[in-house]
Design a protein around this ligand. Structure first.
Ligand code: ADP
Ligand code: MG
Length: 340
């Protein structure tokens, strides 16, 4: 009996040894990047990188781009836009869902976020090769074509109709977030438990780091070149998305014009903010709300976020202040130019 117990103990020790030595064997993280959705899309898998997981995630991002890009004349959104004022267009469930959610955010923000801002985005040439400053008359005329209430959805048929000719849907402030959620869903379906999906700064963390600790994610210093961080937050299974004027802008006769437009004036948003980040589970919501937060400014933006469950905000003002919502995770400021 005693010998038997001894043997059991030895076997148990060997099993424990094998188990710990296996778990210590580190898998190197692997990254893949592609240019999609007008930006660098990068996925890093930390636990069990497989080609199938990468392939599925990137194929899904590509599919979303093909459905929703304003810049592809064959996309569903392009077809909806060219049928504006004429007829309803049947779209995929994907596009229907994203437009429906975009309209919910438009309602929530009283139109500060508005996916029909596309006509103005195009007039300013934002993100294109030849940006310009439309004159006041043109802006006034185009403002008449901005109005989320004039997007007509048919839930049964999954069709979208823009009521007036010339209206333009633009999902640029929301599609990357949706693509990040979908990419992460496919990674998880392929057995991935630890990964980061980064679609041009639209960050979604899957699980935790392989050692079980939280991810440390930096928020871009709005006043420095790309890659310099001003603060760090620790997160798991969460998305962090930042909107800011430094993301895309152009300079004309000494004036800087950036890419988030005020839907009441037709001009780039002007307020104290130089960066607005949202932290929440869904990257889709984080993307839409970070643009919304920036457009609303610190007071109205914070009021909106405080009223939403599981949504937190971190903002930078032009005078170096960092404003965080009441439930935001602890923040480590890494640049002394900024303070709470
Ligand atoms: P980025 O795409 O640079 O990460 P955002 O998510 O903030 O930044 O989206 C900005 C894009 O959203 C603009 O380039 C434009 O296409 C569109 N947009 C601009 N102003 C608004 C607005 N008020 N509401 C909704 N979408 C907007
Ligand atoms: Mg956005």
């Amino acid at each position: 009996m005693r010998q038997f117990r001894q043997r059991i103990t030895i076997v148990a020790i060997i099993i424990v040894f094998l188990f710990t030595s296996c778990s210590k064997k580190r898998v190197d993280p692997q990254s893949q990047s592609f240019l999609m959705l007008g930006t660098v899309c990068r996925i890093t898998i930390y636990d069990t990188p497989t080609d199938a997981a990468f392939r599925a995630a990137f194929a899904r991002i590509k599919e979303i781009e093909e459905h929703m890009s304003l810049h592809l004349s064959t996309s569903e959104i392009a077809r909806v836009n060219s049928a504006a004022g004429k007829e309803a267009v049947a779209v995929s469930s994907d596009t229907f869902l994203v437009v429906k959610k975009a309209l919910e955010i438009a309602r929530l923000s009283s139109g500060a976020f508005d996916p029909t801002v596309g006509v103005l985005v195009q007039a300013w040439g934002i993100g294109g090769d030849s940006p310009r400053r439309p004159d006041d008359e043109e802006i006034a005329r185009l403002l008449g074509l901005v109005g989320w209430q004039r997007v007509v959805l048919d839930e049964e048929q999954e069709t979208i109709f823009l009521a007036d000719e010339g209206m333009v849907l633009d999902l640029g402030a929301i599609a990357k977030g949706y693509a990040a959620d979908e990419a992460a869903r496919l990674l998880v379906e392929h057995g991935v438990r630890s990964a980061i999906v980064n679609l041009g700064g639209n960050v979604l963390t899957v699980g935790r780091k392989v050692d079980g600790s939280l991810w440390k994610i930096g928020i871009q210093d709005p006043e420095s070149e790309r890659g310099a961080y001003a603060l760090i937050v620790e997160l798991d299974d969460t998305s962090l998305v930042t909107s800011g004027p430094y993301e895309r802008f152009f300079v004309l006769e000494g004036e800087t014009y950036h890419h988030i437009l005020d839907t009441t004036t037709g001009y780039p948003v002007e307020n104290e903010l130089i960066s607005a980040s949202i932290i929440t589970k869904s990257s889709f919501l984080a993307d839409a709300l970070s643009t919304t937060l920036f457009a609303l400014g610190p007071q109205r933006g914070l009021a909106l976020v405080e009223g939403l469950d599981g949504v937190e905000a971190i903002m930078f003002t032009a005078d170096g202040r960092i404003i965080a919502s009441s439930g935001a995770p602890p923040i480590t400021i890494t640049d002394e130019r900024y303070h709470r």
